[in-house]
Design a protein around this ligand. Structure first.
Ligand SMILES: Nc1ncnc2c1ncn2[C@@H]1O[C@H](COP(=O)(O)OP(=O)(O)OP(=O)(O)O)[C@@H](O)[C@H]1O
Ligand SMILES: [Mg+2]
Length: 306
């Protein structure tokens, strides 16, 4: 299965555990610090590659050391980075002081993710793929992106998107030109509530379907995920896990869900597989945590553990 992720790449710098920031010039020791390639394109690409897909990632990074580290980290998992463009902006980074209870305050710099030159997007790479996943299309330019998505889908390639921005009705209006081109939208519950300003999650997802999205697979932290179509709504439980850090769990869910769809699994089973993958990622520090394969998470596979 050939998959392309297109959009935001972030170099995460994580420290754990961080329950208070020292006053003034104070210092504190922490048990673990590490970097990981992340973001709804980069982080999702890594998990898709772990699950056995052939993965190409497309987006913008800076001509700086952070961009080099990010590229090296993606390559280590087998993600093809030939279509990452170096632009005149700093590579996007997040600093994540992870609390001992797993909470994840974030300091984020969008940087190069706002500077991808859409006219240079590699149409042949997209049309040659089984599926294209957009990681934060709100940072690309939706009115300019829509005709490209039309061309991609005309060849039979399916398209999904996850968001990085908090949801609000303005973001929904900004995204409106691309919604009809999405087979799947994979946001979290807070984003869906914010986008739609509706109090009931399933009705809120339906209102996105009314705007043209094929299926909304919405994650809801420890409550798992819902897959909502025009006719149906099903719930997948989260797995029981001792949470260390949930950063990148939404990206891990997307990867598990989309690889499972590529294996022709049903929507519900794909959401369960997404939750299984996300649960593994939640058990350690960083969105690239966990050593697993498709065989470990696919229910009827002989080596499955979940
Ligand atoms: N406390 C938890 N226990 C078990 N599973 C969890 C927990 N938190 C998250 N998950 C798993 O991770 C999935 C995604 O989580 P969440 O809804 O928090 O994503 P998100 O906010 O989009 O994350 P990110 O954007 O950082 O990738 C959930 O559907 C669930 O399967
Ligand atoms: Mg998310």
């Amino acid at each position: 299965m050939r998959l392309v992720t297109f959009g935001a790449h972030v170099l995460d710098v994580l420290a754990h555990p961080v329950d208070t920031i020292p006053d003034g010039q104070g210092a504190a020791l922490v048990g673990q610090m590490r970097m990981s390639a992340a973001g709804p394109a980069g982080g999702t690409a890594i998990t898709m590659a772990k699950l056995g897909a052939e993965v190409f990632t497309v987006g913008a990074i800076g001509d700086d050391d952070a961009g080099t580290v990010l590229t090296t980290a993606l390559n280590r998992f087998g993600v093809v980075t030939d279509h990452l463009r170096r632009v005149e902006a700093a590579t996007s980074m997040s600093v994540l002081p992870i609390r001992s209870n797993g909470d994840r305050p974030a300091l984020h710099m969008p940087g190069a993710n706002l500077a991808y030159p859409l006219p240079d997007a590699p149409l042949e790479l997209f049309t040659g793929a089984d599926h294209v996943h957009l990681g934060a299309p709100e940072l690309l330019n939706p009115p300019e992106l829509a005709p490209l998505l039309d061309d991609i889908r005309a060849t039979g390639t399916t398209i999904s998107a996850d968001l990085l921005a908090d949801g609000d009705p303005g973001v929904l209006a900004w995204l409106s030109p691309i919604l009809e081109h999405l087979d799947y939208l994979l946001p979290n519950a807070a984003q869906v509530y914010g986008l739609t300003a509706q109090p009931d999650l399933i009705s809120a997802c339906r209102s996105l379907i009314d705007l043209g999205v094929g299926c909304v697979a919405v994650t809801d932290g420890g409550d798992g995920a819902h897959v909502v179509t025009a006719d149906d709504a099903e719930h997948a439980q989260a797995t029981a896990v001792d949470v260390v850090d949930t950063s990148g769990c939404g990206d891990a869910f997307s990867a598990g869900f989309l690889v499972a769809r590529g294996h022709d699994r049903s929507l519900l089973e794909s959401a369960r597989i997404g939750c299984a993958v996300a649960g593994i990622v939640a058990g350690g520090l960083g969105s690239d945590h966990g050593d697993f394969t498709w065989g470990d998470v696919a229910p009827d596979h002989p080596t499955a553990v979940v």
